[in-house]
Every structure is written in C-alpha cells, then in structure tokens.
Design a protein around this ligand. Structure first.
Ligand SMILES: C[S@@+](CC[C@H](N)C(=O)[O-])C[C@H]1O[C@@H](n2cnc3c(N)ncnc32)[C@H](O)[C@@H]1O
Length: 274
C-alpha cells in the first residue's frame, strides 16, 4: 500500500471525525504517562503531551504561532489560553478546520485564533511571518517531512523556533534492532520513520539549529494499545461509516503499532539562526 496523498489524508480525517473524538478525545495525538503504573486517562495524558512540548519552548506574549496540522484546534486553544499569543492553524481536513473555527468562536477566542485549509507542503504564508511553528504529530502524514521543514524555516522569523512531536525509530525492547522497513510493513505502507541522527541532520539541512531533544517513547508507548481498545468497542458504529475492510485494516495497524517497540516518539525544538 502506498502512502496516501494529502488530499486522501484530509478525506480520511473527515470520514473518521466522530470516531476520532471517541478514541482520542479533543487532542488527536499520543498521551504521556510517567510509568506503567500511571493510570492517567487518555484525555489527561494527551493534554500532558501538549504541556511537555510547550514546556520546551519559551513563549512570549504577542508571539504569532503557526500550528501545522491543527486537528480540531485543542492544542492551539490550550496554548492560547495559557499564553497571550496569536495562532494560525492549518489542516488538510476541511471538517477539522470548520470545527476548530467553531470551537474558538464558542470559547470567545476567535480574535486571536483562526484555522484554514492548507497543505503544509505549500504553506500560503509570507517569509518570516511567524515566531513559532508548532507541529504536534502531523509531519509523519506529509509526503516529505524535510520539504515541510524547509517551508517551516522559510516562514519563521530569524530567531524563531519550531516545536515538533513526531514518531522516531528507536532501539526496541530486549535490544531489538531499529528497522524502518519493518515499521513501514506494520503500518501497511503509511508510516516512514527515521532515527534521531537522520532526523537532526535534516533539521540542520533545512537551516534550523536543534535545541531540545527528548525521546519520550517509553512515556507515549501505551497510547496505541488504549486507542485500539476504544476503537474495537466502536465496531458497530464504525462499520456503516468506513466499512469492514477499512475497520480491520485500521485495527490491525493500531495493534501492530502497539506491539512494535522500535516505533518511538520524540519531542524536539529547533531555532532559526538570527
Ligand atoms: C494526528 S493529527 C494531529 C492533530 C493536532 N496536531 C493535535 O495534536 O490534536 C494530524 C493532523 O495533521 C494534519 N495534516 C496531515 N497532512 C497534512 C498536510 N499535508 N497539510 C496540513 N495538515 C496536514 C491532519 O489534517 C491532522 O489535523
């Protein structure tokens, strides 16, 4: 199976919208747990991951932040509630953009936050127009992460920073060798990941200087298993929307990811030199 195009990804998110709410909650990203005894709910754990990533940044009042792959706007709303900043979010899903704009209007934040349909591969923003770019669990969907990072470097002002949460190829449990091809196989062709050295050299090649690097794989690992349990419970509701084939494919991906210990997760920040 080949990697879906941005348009197909957008249609997928549109079709899965109601199910995703029931699987992940308002944040469409992994959770963060302290250890295997931590019984924090998936909803609270996903908020925690947002806090972990924002904690790696210094966010100043008045900063202008671009949220690349904004979902239904929850991380952006959390950031803008905690800090007096302006946010522009983009998603490739029309329905997400609509929902994110509705949600900020209800929260009385429409003056500072806005969301629009756009492909991160071709960002429709002028050079040097943002202080911060935020990409939480969205780069893995994009046809070329490194091209997107070059776009990020273009729209950041000198001294601006990017914050990334992304999947990472790591050494697995019991010394299992990292194997990108195996992860790709488990994902049925949709997920390409690289190790930290390759990731950092592409950040540098895009003209950015890596700053914070946190491998949080052990903390995010429970996410897929918890999502699989919730997804399986939604079978009857899901079948009329996505059909049996898509349901089984998605469920087998969730189980495969949950068992693949070389599929890790990294939080990163980088700065555009002045
Ligand atoms: C796993 S969700 C994460 C959403 C959000 N960052 C969050 O944490 O709740 C991935 C997001 O990336 C967006 N996305 C995927 N490919 C994209 C592209 N080429 N351009 C813009 N957004 C994209 C999806 O529409 C979705 O909003």
């Amino acid at each position: 199976m080949t990697k879906p195009t941005p348009t197909e990804i957008g249609h997928g998110y549109d079709a899965f919208a109601d199910l995703l709410d029931q699987i992940w909650g308002e944040n469409l990203h992994h959770g963060y747990w302290d250890d295997t005894f931590d019984e924090t709910s998936l909803e609270d754990a996903t908020n925690r991951l947002t806090d972990k990533l924002s904690g790696l940044l210094t966010i100043e009042p008045g900063d202008r932040l671009l949220d690349l792959g904004c979902g239904i706007g929850e991380p952006a709303i959390k950031l803008a509630t905690a800090h007096d900043i302006e946010v522009v979010g983009v998603s490739i899903s029309e329905r997400q953009v609509q929902r994110a704009n509705d949600r900020v209007a209800s929260a009385g934040l429409a003056g500072r936050l806005s969301f629009q349909l756009a492909d991160a591969m071709e960002l429709p923003f002028p050079d040097e127009s943002f202080d911060i770019v935020w990409a939480l669990e969205s780069l893995h969907h994009m046809p070329d992460r490194w091209h997107v990072l070059r776009q990020v470097a273009r729209v950041l002002r000198p001294g601006g920073r990017v914050a990334i949460g992304d999947f990472l190829l790591v050494s697995g449990a019991d010394g299992q060798e990292p194997d990108a091809a195996r992860v790709r196989e488990v994902s049925k062709g949709v997920l390409s990941i690289v190790g930290i050295d390759e990731y950092l050299s592409n950040i540098r090649a895009a003209g950015l200087v890596p700053e914070a690097i946190e491998d949080v794989s052990k903390h995010t690992q429970p996410s897929w298993g918890k999502a699989a349990v919730r997804f399986e419970a939604l079978r009857d509701q899901a079948l009329p929307h996505i059909g049996a084939e898509q349901f089984e494919l998605t469920l087998s991906r969730f189980h495969g990811f949950s068992e693949e210990s070389t599929l890790g997760y990294v939080l990163l920040t980088a700065r555009k030199p002045v």
